[in-house]
Design a protein around this ligand. Structure first.
Ligand code: ADP
Ligand code: MG
Length: 343
């Protein structure tokens, strides 16, 4: 009796597996788009399903557009949970809208993957839409194809005419600010690389920073009208901030000891702290400049958005980036930012 029951159960499990396999094979491009990436549009006139999406026009606004690609093995490890990957793919793009002061509106998803993996797609779309819902934005279209796992998202946002934060706007005398903390994602990467070990709780915290960065869009909108330039840190503070200095034809002095960092990173060696904060990469924090008279308003924007901001230096006329420590001594610039074609 027991035996036949368990044989039956076994047979029906196999049958189920076969049926599932058949659905996976049958599920083509259009079924998977319909199942995992189509939802009623909230703000778009027309979302997924036609040749183009249609968004309402608005003459008072400029449309900010940006895209970022995530490639397996280069931008993320195969160990990342699909939910977190979905979150991160959108987060890194939202971070670009934050860096230009645009309000997120919609996004498109171009996805290549080796095969239709329903578990992956369900997790990925859950993570993606959870963040999309947080920001009230629609997925309005994309493209889907077979190929090595590769995710490319294009985001669209609105910014009032002439109000976008540009890299070219920093002026002599401005303060330099950083949002949140720098360096945790790099610390996590060093653990994955086997270069160091962390206690499980500390590792989970920094791993979360690496796999689920929080784009600073709420803060960015509150900074409108207060700041002179901005950039989001994706390849490391030193390299990314240097773009601002070059574009603005100015220089700066930065106090490396006040660069904001987590309690976990603050417990590591001084050298590792410097490497992670100055040249970590994958931070997705905002670095921005602002005239002194906006110090109080910036503190209020920080409080209202729940995102700490730290003043880390000032803009100067002399070209180049000078690093000092808390005693005012010059610090060597021995760290380079991440470069995909050099690393
Ligand atoms: P076309 O070949 O006309 O460009 P597709 O067959 O590629 O159209 O896509 C059909 C519809 O599904 C389009 O509206 C497209 O924007 C949308 N789409 C395709 N892939 C995705 C995806 N990964 N996420 C969201 N929408 C998608
Ligand atoms: Mg297409």
């Amino acid at each position: 009796m027991w035996e036949s029951a368990s044989v039956l159960t076994f047979v029906s499990i196999i049958e189920c597996r076969h049926r599932l396999q058949a659905t996976i094979q049958l599920m083509g491009e259009f079924d998977l788009i319909a199942r995992f990436f189509t939802r009623p549009a909230k703000n778009a006139v027309l979302g997924v399903g036609d040749d183009c999406a249609l968004l309402p026009g608005n003459a008072a606004m400029q449309c900010a557009v940006s895209c970022d690609m995530l490639v397996e093995g280069r931008h993320f490890l195969s160990t990342v949970a699909p939910e977190r990957l979905g979150h991160k793919a959108l987060a890194v793009n939202l971070s670009d809208l934050a860096a230009c002061g645009a309000k997120p509106r919609a996004f498109l998803l171009a996805l290549a993957m080796p095969r239709v993996d329903e578990v992956f797609l369900q997790g990925f779309s859950n993570g993606l839409f959870a963040l999309a819902d947080e920001h009230g934005i629609d997925l309005v279209g994309g493209d889907t194809t077979a190929g090595p796992l590769n995710i490319c998202i294009t985001v669209l946002g609105d910014v009032p005419q002439g109000a976008a934060f540009l890299r070219s706007g920093a002026s002599v005398g401005d303060d330099v600010y950083v949002s949140g903390n720098l360096g945790d994602a790099r610390l996590a990467l060093e653990v994955f690389r086997g270069a160091l070990a962390l206690e499980p709780e500390a590792f989970e915290a920094v791993r979360r920073a690496m796999e689920m960065p929080q784009p600073r869009n709420v803060l960015a909108l509150k900074l409108r009208g207060l700041i002179s330039s901005a950039i989001d840190v994706s390849d490391g503070f030193l390299g990314d901030f240097t773009y601002v200095l070059r574009r603005s034809s100015v220089g700066a002095t930065i106090n490396v000891d006040v660069l904001p960092r987590s309690a976990v990173l603050a417990q590591r060696s001084a050298d590792l702290q410097r490497l992670c904060t100055l040249a970590g990469g994958d931070d997705y924090e905002l670095v921005f400049t602002a005239p002194l008279q906006h110090r109080t308003a910036i503190a209020v924007a920080s409080m209202q958005s729940g995102v700490p901001v730290t003043c880390v230096g000032c803009i100067e006329a002399k070209a180049g980036l000078r690093l000092i420590d808390k005693q005012g001594h010059a610090v060597d610039q021995k760290f380079a930012s991440f470069d995909h074609f050099k690393s």
